[in-house]
Design a protein around this ligand. Sequence first.
Ligand code: ATP
Ligand code: MG
Length: 400
Amino acid sequence: NHPKFQKAVKIIDRIESCGGEAYIVGGAVRDYLAERPIGDVDLATSFPPEKIQKIFDKVIPVGIEHGTVLVRFESESFEITTYRTETGYKDYRHPDEVVFVKTIKEDLARRDFTMNAMALDQYGNVIDPFNGQKSLAEKEIISVGNPSVRFNEDPLRIMRALRFASQLNFTIEEKTLAAIKIQSSLLEHIAIERTALELEKLYGGAGFRKTVPLLLDSGVARCLPLFKEDPSLLNNLPKQPLKSFKELAAFFCFLKPSWTIKRWKTEWKLSNRTGHSAAEILNSIVNYKKSNGLTPWLVYQLSEDLYESFQNVAAALDLAGKHELTKEMDDIYHSLPIHSQKELAFHAEDLINTKDHLAKGPWIQRGMGQLERLVVERRIKNKYSELKEWADQWNPPESN
Ligand code: ATP
Ligand code: MG
């Protein structure tokens, strides 16, 4: 009934009318059966990627070497992957070769957990060779096949098990968990960026309170950048989920300032943008703590697109309640006399004109910054005459 499923069914019909097979697979089937919101709808097919490229108009070969193409269909995207198994993973990162197989069952067998190894046909029948539905009912994450073998093939599955446990608020089945404990050090082979994505989802999940302690118990913490130096820091449970890696970095950097944002950035290979945002959030949190609450200057300085992250981190640190903080920030924001330097009734040019004996230099931005703050804090009105009066008497610092 879901609109995305209706379109997927049309795709399946077209593949079948050409003599192939296709099913909805993976996360969409899991989320549909668990009555959770559905994300991407992925399909598995018996047809090779070249054949899919022939029968659909808009096909992007996103991962053709693994048999995956992206089909644009009725203004939506669907990943379609040819039935395959995965053989060796000698470097722990990439399957050595991709072997296409004949049946959906063989394809399902390569998937990580039983709840992710189900398929849905166009009539709504569930193909469930590994009892994924039972695992959903019992709220358990269970490896498909022998967990040690599966984690050895692809250690990222260790992090995936933990993040699903958090997102779905499930437990990890005993044998699967035992294998995680024994093999946690294999995570060292996984690209940091991929581990970071899973950790981010883990901290954003409804069950993070139960899952974060598992990072410690299972030994996974000892393989995580920075945390390996002091795993006990993970004992500081956020009071509410953290929704992105920048929030995570700001949260832990507030608790342990010697792990500077710079180190977070290098060790976790964060993008410049994430690093910048984390630093901005952290700076606001530190100021919040210092001034014992919000100030107009804090609200003014923080980029608007980081308000929510700031609120999440403050709430996670138990410095404030999220709702009260949101309301208070909103009120302060709306009563700010200006929202950016551009709105000042006095511009850099005006400031330069008051000091025509001085060569241009960093003093200009300093002076503008002081004016900005004076106006934001309502110590001067945003009126040209008053700002000019201040500028006339202001002596730029000797150092410039
Ligand atoms: P999400 O809702 O977070 O996207 P998902 O289950 O769809 O969850 P994806 O990473 O999108 O997760 O992968 C889609 C499917 O591919 C999974 O449901 C699983 O069947 C399979 N899969 C993904 N990663 C692995 C892996 N590392 N090992 C085995 N199977 C995997
Ligand atoms: Mg998915």
